[in-house]
Design a protein around this ligand. Structure first.
Ligand SMILES: CC(C)(COP(=O)(O)OP(=O)(O)OC[C@H]1O[C@@H](n2cnc3c(N)ncnc32)[C@H](O)[C@@H]1OP(=O)(O)O)[C@@H](O)C(=O)NCCC(=O)NCCS
Length: 187
């Protein structure tokens, strides 16, 4: 087992694109099997995701914010991104767009520390509230509940030819949610 104490939480740089893409693809395949069509997971391409994350990181600060968890031996083992809330009229200013911890590094408090860092970033950028959308069938929603999120909405999105139910978890005041024990970061 890897010692989670060596994981540093920091802002992503352009050099992290390939590692973020690897964690993205491997974590999706692990977490979403049975939740989204197998073909979608099988066709996920590392190269496409490197291009996507390279473009995202090239937009720099002021665009969406990307944070990574970097472990001394394994490199990037988790990441998250956030920014202005998109596509809903719910009363939440910020949104957690992505939050993924590689299966080999889950349940080591890395997800908590990444979420804490994302909330800090949102606060710095003037967003006092936030929400996250999660597939209703994804047990990760209980993680957001454990992090103090309140179930605030449901929607059905048509993706990959399938109707997928999603649930939103919201934090009305993210300043109350940051800084729990074990959430120390170097962002
Ligand atoms: C969800 C995820 C980000 C959580 O990260 P993690 O590093 O495994 O979680 P942590 O170790 O920081 O857990 C923090 C707390 O949440 C709890 N928790 C984590 N996942 C949980 C789950 N699925 N159900 C219930 N509680 C959970 C932990 O037990 C821990 O509680 P504690 O502080 O009382 O001990 C991670 O498991 C993941 O990437 N999952 C797959 C991808 C995914 O679905 N991401 C979300 C997309 S919206």
């Amino acid at each position: 087992m890897t010692d989670c104490a060596t994981a540093t939480i920091r802002t992503a740089t352009a050099a992290d694109a390939a590692a973020i893409a690897r964690v993205h693809v491997e974590t999706w395949r692990d977490a979403y099997a049975g939740l989204i069509p197998n073909q979608v997971l099988l066709k996920m391409s590392h190269r496409d995701h490197v291009a996507m994350w390279s473009a995202e990181l090239a937009r720099g600060r002021g665009a969406n914010m990307v944070i990574v968890a970097h472990e001394a031996r394994a490199g990037v083992v988790g990441f998250g991104s956030c920014g202005r809330a998109r596509g809903s009229d719910l009363p939440y200013a910020g949104e957690v767009y992505t939050l993924y911890v590689h299966p080999d590094f889950q349940e080591m408090a890395i997800g908590r520390r990444l979420l804490d860092a994302l909330f800090h970033r949102l606060l710095e950028d003037g967003f006092r509230s936030a929400l996250v959308w999660v597939l209703a069938g994804n047990p990760a929603r209980f993680f957001y509940q454990a992090m103090g999120g309140t179930h605030v909405a449901v929607r059905t999105e048509r993706l990959w030819g399938t109707a997928l139910k999603e649930m939103a978890y919201g934090w009305a005041d993210i300043s109350q949610a940051v800084g729990r024990p074990g959430s120390r970061s170097t962002v």
